[in-house]
Ligand binder design. Structure first.
Ligand code: GDP
Ligand code: ZN
Length: 291
């Protein structure tokens, strides 16, 4: 599997029985001629292995089961969204933007509530319940106390390649360091009034857990764009999805904005947020009336 890209090289990690061995690879020119891009997460075949210098040549790329553009990773099986309970404070709007982005992949979405050592158990439970109302089963974790890390390890072991995302400063690097002995990713201090981690640009790299499952961490960014297609917004809210499954709205193309006869009630936590997202997306898609 391609675990990292450098300027003209690919870092490829071998499968069993040579798991853990990394080769620095170039690619066959005919691959380049066919315009076949090779991405992190791709399964490739290597040849001309130079065991002494751990070098090889990538000859073929296997078809991908999935493809994410941001971060650019192939064959992802699950998306893990980390949200801090404190430092930075839990922000339902920002959390939802990350969750909507994750839902757009169509892959399984896991939610982590990080830094749980910073708030009392009752508050943790309240946030867990809140996220359950959104249709998720969040895992409360703390890399400081070690809480939840064992469960996180086994959840990650269920998929072969997970992407870890979430606002910068929520403790993603610290979690990876806690999960993978000897990793020692740089941990950035949360600084300033906004309590954001410093933005550090990194390339996507895959990290291998002791179970063999891999995790990609994503370069920090704080406010993902809303999706482009307002008609598809409803499927990105699991709690709305569930409502529509139980009792479909009888109007076609309904945006569930309180139209008389719309089958969707307004009595759910993220309804106001859903409505704001709809209005924002409509405003963006409307052609501007220039003078
Ligand atoms: P990232 O930007 O999401 O990768 O976050 P980092 O792992 O760099 O952590 C950002 C800051 O939060 C650092 O100062 C960490 O020491 C701190 N931090 C990370 N995890 C925890 C945690 O579980 N509890 C507490 N209290 N602080 C944490
Ligand atoms: Zn409706």
């Amino acid at each position: 599997m391609v675990v990292a890209l450098q300027a003209n090289y690919l870092e490829v990690e071998l499968d069993d029985p040579e798991a853990g061995i990394r080769l620095l690879c170039t690619r066959r020119t005919r691959l380049a001629h066919r315009g076949a891009a090779v991405h992190v997460g791709d399964r490739v075949w290597v040849e001309a292995i130079d065991r002494e210098h751990n070098r090889a040549v990538v000859a073929e790329v296997d078809p991908r089961s999935s493809w994410l553009t941001r971060p650019p990773v192939a064959n992802v099986t699950a998306v893990v969204v980390a949200l801090a309970v404190e430092q930075p404070a839990f922000d339902s709007d920002q959390a939802s933007r990350f969750l909507l982005t994750a839902e757009q992949t169509g892959l399984q979405v896991h939610v982590l509530l990080s830094k749980c050592d910073l708030i009392p158990a009752e508050q943790q439970q309240a946030l867990v319940e809140r996220l359950r109302g959104w249709g998720y089963d969040p895992l409360a974790v703390s890399s400081r106390s070690g809480m939840g890390l064992e469960t996180l390890r086994s959840r990650l072991a269920q998929g072969s390649l997970s992407v870890l995302c979430g606002p910068s400063g929520v403790g993603k690097s610290s979690l990876l360091n806690g999960l993978i002995p000897g990793l020692e990713l740089r941990v950035a201090a949360v600084s300033g009034r906004l309590q954001r981690g410093r933005h550090t640009t990194r390339h996507v790299e895959l990290h291998t857990l002791p179970s063999g499952a891999r995790v990609a961490d994503t370069p920090g960014f704080n406010r993902p764009e809303l999706p482009g297609d307002v008609q598809n917004l409803e499927v990105l809210f699991p709690e709305l999805r569930r409502r529509l499954e139980d009792q479909p709205c009888r109007f076609r193309d309904c945006l569930h904005r309180g139209e008389p006869g719309c089958g969707i009630d307004q009595d759910w936590d993220r309804y106001p947020l859903y409505r704001r997202a709809v209005e924002e997306m409509l405003a963006l898609s409307r052609p501007s009336r220039g003078g």
